[in-house]
Ligand binder design. Structure first.
Ligand code: NAP
Length: 461
């Protein structure tokens, strides 16, 4: 057993950790105590002499050097803010998040001599930091317990019950397998999903994630995320939910205590009213492609725009044309405008281009207007070029060697547009670049770990 306790100060990590350690005869390692021992100073003195930065550096070092094997590990409240810490802590561990009401936390820590992290009054500091950290706690946790009204004994019992039984009842897993069998996903994936109901193979600590879409069979996310989970030693499994009825999938998701979902066509807008919290970028784009649950809260994010912005970050202020006016085009407009580009949207159905342009206050026109614009950056956000119909939205005579051409289509990895653009001397960016970057950002929302792009690329092969 290797259990890592995470959570805000005053949620009972130390007391719970000591008791769990005593009852299971597994050593208790408290990272704050280890930091004090290695520094030869109290945490108060480390903050006074080296500031929060110095403390975080020492904390990183202690986390990195934790011995492997069985242990109960208690951590500091801000440890989950650093994705490298989360990667080190998650390997082979069960991550347990302890939570408590703000008033309970205030009462428990009021007499503490620990230095404050802000200049705010204690109650406000607790509220502010909790709001900031909640998504990070949600991402890093396998299991969560509200300790507000529980004794340390009850908390330990809840942890042991989770380790033994998990949170996904057998009946819910059986219904899930039945759903997969009738959903049109590949037979090999249905067979793989039967592990969920196999008492010998099912690990009760497994947390479930998945993609929702209709169709969803083309997505490479299940293979990618399952490889990343294995790579980081995380006991989680990623599934494929294909159904025309989003609410049916969400009901099923609730029964199996799903932790996170990737959202694809046609549900990126439809899912929004079902969420409790939608981040700023997703709200501006009007689409959510990532959902993470944490108790009664349900967080929605958009990572598509990150996958478009990052490869174009050297093109700040340039003139750009976006082909298409659907969901991917909205993320592209948002990404390019965040780089101060002058954007024109061109689309087959010009009314859709007009309505998207009105939302983002930019220019628009019909697809035929391309030849008059001479842009420096071209983003294809139409589905032209997708398998099996291999066509290009632009022809060779329309391209100049000065252009950078980004094709968001990623099946096939080399589209006809990318081939023609390369032959015309353009700089080219394939859709796999967007996929890899949006997936890396999504994995961070799901797990608190920031995988390198090289690792995500290699996991896609
Ligand atoms: P969408 O909302 O359905 O929009 C499709 C767009 O393509 C619309 O503007 C549509 O024009 C246009 N279009 C489709 N067929 C056309 C044709 N034959 N001629 C001219 N225009 C055509 O789809 P989406 O979600 O925006 O996705 C668009 C593409 O982005 C897809 O190929 C998808 O694979 C890709 N994508 C890639 C990633 C990645 O990670 N690389 C992520 C998301 C999306 P009308 O308005 O006239 O119908």
């Amino acid at each position: 057993m290797r259990v890592v306790l995470i959570g805000f100060r005053g949620t009972g990590k130390t007391e719970t950790g000591r008791l769990l350690s005593r009852l299971t005869s597994v050593p208790f390692l408290d990272t704050d105590a280890l930091i004090e021992a290695s520094a030869g100073m109290t945490i108060h003195d480390i903050f006074r002499r080296e500031g929060e930065e110095g403390f975080r550096a020492r904390e990183r070092e202690v986390i990195r050097a934790l011995p492997p094997g069985e242990a109960v590990i208690g951590t500091g409240g801000g440890v989950i803010l650093d994705p490298a810490n989360v990667a080190a802590l998650r390997k082979g561990s069960t991550m347990v998040l302890l939570e408590a009401d703000e008033a309970v936390i205030e009462k428990r820590i009021a007499a503490s001599t620990r230095p404050p992290l802000t200049t705010l009054p204690l109650r406000e500091e607790i509220h502010e930091l909790l709001e900031l950290r909640r998504p990070h706690y949600a991402a890093a946790a396998d299991f969560r317990i509200d300790t507000s009204l529980k004794s340390p004994n009850e908390v330990v019992l809840a942890i042991r019950k989770f380790l033994h039984d998990g949170t996904v009842p057998l009946q819910a897993r059986k219904s899930l397998v039945q759903f997969f069998a009738g959903s049109g996903i590949p037979e090999s994936e249905v067979a793989e999903a039967r592990i969920l109901t196999d008492v010998d193979l099912w690990d009760p600590r497994t947390c479930l994630y998945g993609i929702v879409g209709y169709p969803a069979t083309q997505s490479r996310s299940p293979a990618l995320f399952n490889r990343l989970f294995r790579q980081y030693g995380i006991t989680s499994h990623y599934l494929r939910f294909q159904d025309p009825d989003l609410l049916r999938i969400l009901r099923l998701a609730e029964e199996i205590d799903i932790r996170g979902l990737s959202v694809t066509i046609p549900f990126k807008q439809e899912i929004i009213p079902t969420l409790t919290d939608v981040e700023l970028h997703a709200d501006a784009i009007g689409a959510v492609n990532t959902v993470v649950w944490c108790g009664s809260r349900c967080f929605g994010y958009n990572t598509d725009w990150i996958g478009i912005r990052e490869p174009l970050s050297d093109h700040r202020g340039e003139k750009a044309v976006i082909l298409g006016a659907g969901g991917a085009a909205a993320a592209a407009v948002y990404a390019l405008q965040s780089l101060d580009m002058e954007v024109t949207i061109l689309n087959r159905t010009v009314e859709k281009a007009a309505s998207l342009a009105e939302r983002f206050d930019c220019a628009y026109g019909p697809s035929s207007a391309f030849d008059r614009l001479n842009p420096a950056v071209v983003v294809n956000a139409t589905s032209i070029g997708m398998e099996p119909e291999l066509k290009s939205p632009l022809q060779k005579h329309q391209l100049r060697s000065s252009m950078t051409v980004f094709d968001l289509v990623y099946t096939p990895p080399e589209t006809p547009l990318i081939r023609i653009a390369r032959n015309s001397g353009c700089q080219t960016i394939p859709g796999t670049e967007m996929f890899v970057r949006q997936a890396a950002a999504q994995f961070r929302h799901f797990t608190g770990i920031a995988p390198s792009l090289e690792l995500v690329r290699s996991a896609m092969e």
